[in-house]
Design a protein around this ligand. Structure first.
Ligand code: PAN
Ligand code: ZN
Length: 192
């Protein structure tokens, strides 16, 4: 990998990058145990292993000083009453932050830190969201269209998915007749 400046362009209508190093498709089958309504999860999985979201990454060496950037696209949909969402993670190097810039769509970013403080930010086009060091983050698409956002984080951050897989997030985002609701997750438990 060269150490020369570079650029890429985001398509104004889709937000997709003109080039990337990795394209990851995350399907329903990779989210076992993450959605609240497990019967609805099984039912949907038997119909189709749908793609929940896609990640386009511009890779850089995983060393201090470098930045990894890219685009995520969360497709619209629900598992039962719970909106399609990302797995969510802490950064493996916990003391690393991240910046998100929303390009299209609507949604919520659910965050929490290891001390159990919780925060939810709303995604809307043009909004910048700062994820401080130590805060786990999950993106939820609450709208009828793709939710598309740019992100950039330190290349040595790494991802800890296991903690969230074991304990979940404290908060769920659930559809209701009056719009998306943020509810306490009754199944949250300490990962230990
Ligand atoms: C983002 C996320 C991306 C997919 O690039 O990785 O939106 O979410 P999951 O990694 O939780 O599957 C980011 O926060 N990187 O650190
Ligand atoms: Zn992250």
């Amino acid at each position: 990998m060269t150490n020369r400046p570079f650029n890429y362009d985001l398509d104004p209508s889709t937000g997709l990058p003109s080039r990337y190093d990795h394209h990851t498709l995350r399907k329903l089958s990779s989210m076992a145990g993450q959605f609240f309504d497990q019967a609805a999860y099984q039912q949907l999985l038997e119909q189709e292993d749908v793609v929940l979201y896609e990640v386009y990454e511009l890779s850089r060496p995983a060393v201090s000083g470098e930045l990894i950037s890219g685009i995520s696209v969360i497709h619209p949909g629900r598992v039962g009453d719970e909106f399609f969402m990302t797995k969510g993670h802490f950064h493996a190097l916990l003391e690393t932050a991240e910046v998100y810039v929303v390009l299209h769509g609507q949604g919520m970013m659910v965050m929490e830190n290891p001390e159990g403080d919780c925060s939810v930010e709303t995604y809307q086009p043009g909004r910048v969201i700062y994820v401080p060091p130590r805060w786990a983050h999950r993106s939820v698409n609450t709208g009828p269209d793709d939710l598309v956002f740019f992100w950039v984080y330190p290349a040595n951050a790494g991802h800890d998915y296991g903690t969230i897989e074991r304990q979940g997030f404290h908060k769920l985002v659930i559809a209701s007749t009056s719009g998306p609701q943020i509810l306490d997750n009754p199944r949250w438990k300490p990962a230990s």
